[in-house]
Write a protein that binds this ligand. Structure first.
Ligand code: HEC
Ligand code: HEC
Length: 253
């Protein structure tokens, strides 16, 4: 499709800019991400509900995903340095909600925003399609881990913090909750999680769940690092992982 060709060229240019910019070197830089009033959390309706009820077309999903692959990689694995999150393995509802929130301006994502717009990729059907395609990808067996593995003081601190503050929503092993739009966080890159956690705590991710904001408001930076490091050391069910870190998505070879 002609329009998509233009888009691909635009992305190639954009990713060059992104990788050359200070933003990519330091993904915790908040340029373009503004604190503000929280958006009402998950009011649903509109495009989100529509996308969740449509029958996905995998073929078109693959076509749309080509745009996403420029940053999230053909495998959907993102980057362990946390610049780009791993999308593979994330719950369908979470993926749809995040896309719809970004499109609606309820979650700032200046790097990705232009590539999410309906005029770039299509309407609610395109969301349903691309998300179904992402769901078909196995996860990265070597995601980015935090600095403190089992046996360290910080791991024990993180474990306690996790039990007291996170289990009720993200589950015992970080699998989240498919029904409630709670993201899975096991298998996600540590550096990405810390950035999101900090933005949620400091009111920079406006679509954050207000109960989570309340729960973590008194977390110090050390607590934040310890708990997310702990999460990053939790196992991912074997059957969801690619056989090897060298696996390449055959659809994009
Ligand atoms: C130019 C680079 C770029 C492109 C192209 C791009 N993304 Fe992203 N995406 C990002 C970045 C950077 C983030 C993390 C933003 C942040 O830290 O808040 C992100 C975050 C996301 C998230 C949120 C993940 C989470 O765990 O909450 C989803 C979902 C997502 N992207 C899906 C897509 C899809 C689907 C496409 C293709 C239609 C796409 N992205 C194209 C850069 C990109
Ligand atoms: C009341 C439920 C709740 C509690 C408690 C909670 N979270 Fe969350 N968390 C959420 C929801 C919901 C989101 C996604 C917000 C949205 O819709 O954009 C989220 C998002 C996140 C993210 C970003 C994930 C991504 O893919 O972008 C991380 C990391 C995270 N939570 C970690 C934690 C940790 C660690 C704790 C405990 C210290 C915690 N959360 C406590 C509900 C909760």
């Amino acid at each position: 499709m002609f329009q998509r060709e233009i888009l691909k060229t635009a992305i190639l240019t954009a990713t060059v800019v992104v990788s050359a910019s200070a933003w990519a070197a330091d993904p915790s830089d908040t340029a373009g991400v503004h604190p503000g009033d929280p958006a009402a959390w998950n009011i649903g309706g509109g495009e989100q509900d529509e996308a969740l009820h449509l029958t996905p077309d995998l073929e078109n999903g693959m076509d749309v995903y080509e745009v996403c692959a420029a940053c999230h990689l053909p495998e959907g694995w993102g980057t362990p340095d946390g610049t780009f999150p791993q999308l593979a393995g994330q719950h369908r509802g979470v993926l749809v909600k995040q896309m719809a929130d970004i499109r609606a301006g309820n979650r700032d994502n200046p790097t990705m925003y232009p590539f999410t717009l309906p005029q770039a990729i299509g309407d609610a059907q395109a969301l349903a399609d691309v998300v179904a395609y992402i769901e078909s990808l196995p996860m990265n067996p070597e995601w980015g881990k935090g600095p403190w593995g089992p046996g360290t003081e910080e791991y024990t601190l993180g474990e306690q913090l996790y039990k007291d503050n996170c289990v009720r929503c993200h589950g015992e092993l970080g699998m989240g909750d498919v029904e409630k739009f709670y993201p899975r966080i096991n298998g996600q890159h540590y550096a990405y999680m810390v950035r999101q956690f900090e933005w949620i705590r400091d009111h920079k991710r406006r679509n954050a769940n207000p109960e989570m904001v309340e729960q973590i408001k008194n977390f110090s930076d050390k607590d934040m690092q310890a708990v997310n490091s702990y999460v990053s050391w939790q196992p991912v069910p074997e059957e969801q992982l690619a056989d090897s870190v060298d696996w390449k998505n055959p659809d994009f070879e």
